[in-house]
Design a protein around this ligand. Structure first.
Ligand code: PLP
Length: 643
């Protein structure tokens, strides 16, 4: 049974709590999102122990007054700060509780969301906790160096490195920043040693181990078992020998172990940390000083709120994550009499996922609903059509299954006749409409009948509507397409009204993959979402939650839909908010220039075409002017649909 089935039509007394249950917001929202009793999504922020509840529709109203149309990526700055505080606090508590003899220093992996204002906010909020940055390329290192002002914070450099990358990291060390090079391969070390000699700057070196506990790429969807990053034990020995030969073993200060992203099972983490401890011990035994233990990313986000080890969920809390790491390292290293290192993690998604919401409006709905067909009289001469009419008339509680079977049979007969050119378009439309009328009647009678096949359970899904949303899946939710990531989606208003329609969501790209047909529900992942019938002249907006991680940077220009507007708000202690940052999305001229068109040259080509048309007498000069004006306005407008 799907969730759509569990709601009788036009259920009276539908409340916001019913919506909260239906969309699971109190399970996946971590207390940051809720629904108010008057049916609106609210953002919950903590201010010195007090929680404010700000209605999302108030923020949207403010956005519209400032001239921003949907779609919009909305960032709640407070939630970034809150996450950083919570992660640091959880490690602090675990360290105190276990009597661990060193500290925690987190770094934020820039690749998870490189947007300047996100990184700026993270470094600003993180200053208090000496929160650093992780870079995976030259470009990311360049930006990391510019953002880090606190010399007690770390920069961790992963990814393959050339001489330029290494020189930049060495300059950072010279300026007093603790910038670590984590070796991905043993050949990289030779370049580091060479550049370090040349520049006379001692490097801070880490080794990334290739642990057998690593989870597979793309979470669990990739059948390939080969881990592409990190040094195996033979590579590690080569690195140690080279460092010893060069009298640089004292530079080996960090062990790095990234087990994977979105690790949903706490046992995988515990096992991985135990294994990494053995590597730590082995390196200490070889004479490396170490002192920093970097566990990479992997802290999961419970997108579906089920608290299970399903790939879109996690079977542990933040506190459990921290205490598992701290306790495991303490117990294992204590037994080897090794001093406790600084613990570093590189949590990405867990830091930024919550702070961003994609907001979009519904443009139109294609309803799978019977309707009146004009000119339907006098066309019922075909036998299957007459049968369909009869099935509809005779359908009652006692013959549901039989009527359904007949309806499919005669509808298919009509399709066959159409295929062979024996019935008209109008006759086919009438037969499809009869079929829908029959199915609708069955759905009304179904709750009173108990001897039906399981096929009947899927009926509401067959009748689903298509809600066309003003967004591009490929630009704003690429993981939904690429790795079937499920994100929570729900309407942001009317949540105290019964959602009476079963729907899937389609975007505005003309790609058949541009749809969302997996949702968070109170039973598994229903492939339909319950939404409200649209009201005339009233906007109906949906929000996709937890999209702050990976989505913005991986998005692409499919159909030339560009970046959406981005609005960053800060919620104040009284629940009001400031529009701290506003960024206009790409214009059509912008996206065309990304694919090497010159907007000015395009304008000129259009002008010439219009002028030729004037010359040939097909348009007037006044029309020419109007057309050129429209062309230029569209060129400078938003790539999404505007009202
Ligand atoms: N560190 C490294 C080296 C990574 O490759 C990644 C992502 O895969 C991360 C950190 C961030 O992981 P997550 O977003 O799961 O915290």
């Amino acid at each position: 049974m799907s969730i759509s089935d569990s709601i009788p039509e036009n259920m009276p007394n539908w409340s916001s709590d019913d919506s909260a249950d239906l969309y699971g917001i109190r399970n996946w929202g971590l207390g940051y999102f809720d629904i108010s009793s008057d049916g609106n999504v609210v953002i919950c922020c903590k201010h010195k122990g007090k929680t404010t509840r700000t209605p999302l529709n108030k923020i949207i109203q403010g956005m519209k007054q400032r001239g921003f149309e949907m779609p919009v990526m909305l960032r709640i700055e407070n939630l970034l700060g809150q996450r950083i505080r919570e992660i640091n606090q959880a490690f602090f508590n675990a360290i105190n509780k276990a009597g661990y003899q060193n500290e925690y220093k987190g770094v934020y992996p820039v690749k998870v969301n490189q947007q300047c204002h996100v990184v700026e906010e993270i470094t600003e909020f993180g200053k208090h906790f000496h929160y650093g940055l992780e870079a995976g390329s030259k470009a990311e290192l360049i930006l990391a160096i510019s953002q880090i002002n606190d010399h007690d914070s770390l920069i961790v450099c992963n990814g393959y490195k050339d001489a330029d990358y290494i020189d930049m990291g060495l300059y950072a060390v010279k300026m007093g920043i603790s910038c670590f090079f984590v070796l991905e391969t043993s050949t990289e070390l030779k370049i580091i040693l060479e550049r370090s000699r040349k520049l006379e700057i001692e490097p801070l070196i880490g080794v990334r181990i290739n642990a057998t506990s690593n989870i597979k790429a793309k979470r669990t969807t990739d059948p390939d078992d080969v881990t592409i990053f990190g040094l195996d034990t033979r590579d590690l020995l080569e690195v140690i020998d080279l460092l010893k030969n060069e009298q640089r073993l004292h530079c080996l200060k960090m062990l790095h172990c990234h087990l994977g992203s979105q690790i949903s099972n706490i046992r995988t983490i515990r096992r991985g940390v135990q294994e990494a401890c053995q590597f730590y011990n082995g390196l200490i035994a070889e004479g490396a000083p170490l002192g920093y233990f970097d566990l990479g990313g992997g802290l999961a986000v419970d997108y579906e709120g089920t608290r299970t080890n399903h790939i879109h969920s996690m079977n542990y809390s933040l506190d459990e994550y921290c205490s598992n790491i701290i306790d495991t390292i303490k117990q294992t290293l204590d037994s080897m009499q090794i001093p406790h290192p600084v613990i570093v993690t590189e949590s990405g998604r867990s830091v930024v996922a919550y702070s961003s919401l994609l907001l979009f409006n519904i443009l139109e709905v294609r309803q799978q609903k019977s309707r009146k067909i004009s000119d339907a009289s006098g066309l019922s001469n075909h036998e299957p059509l007459k049968h369909l009419q009869r099935v509809l008339d005779k359908l009652d509680q006692k013959n549901i299954q039989e009527s359904y079977n007949d309806a499919i049979f005669f509808r298919d007969e009509m399709r066959e006749l159409f295929h062979h050119g024996q019935i008209s378009l109008r006759e086919k439309a009438i037969s499809e409409n009869f079929y829908l009328q029959i199915v609708e009647k069955i759905l009304r009678l179904k709750p009173y009948s108990n001897q039906l096949s399981t096929e009947m359970d899927r009926l509401p899904d067959d009748l689903c509507d298509i809600y066309y949303g003003n967004f591009s899946l490929f630009q704003s939710l690429p993981d939904s397409w690429a790795i079937n990531q499920v994100f929570p989606v729900l309407p942001i208003q009317r949540l105290d009204e019964t959602p009476d329609r079963n729907a899937i969501l389609a975007d505005i790209t003309c790609d058949s993959d541009g749809k969302i047909a997996h949702f968070i529900g109170n039973k598994g992942h229903p492939n339909r979402i319950k939404l409200h019938s649209l009201k005339p002249h009233e906007d109906y907006c949906l929000s996709v939650f937890l999209v702050g991680a990976y989505q913005e940077t991986l998005g692409d220009l499919h159909n030339l839909f560009g970046d959406t507007h981005v609005i960053s708000v800060h919620i104040n202690a009284d629940g009001n908010f400031d529009f701290n940052k506003e960024f206009h999305g790409d214009s059509i001229a912008d996206v065309l220039s990304y694919v090497e068109y010159d907007p000015k040259a395009l304008q000129e080509k259009f002008r010439k075409k219009a002028e030729n048309a004037v010359k040939e007498g097909t348009i007037t000069v006044a029309s020419r002017q109007a057309m050129i004006k429209a062309y230029n306005a569209i060129l400078n407008g938003y790539t999404y649909l505007e009202r």
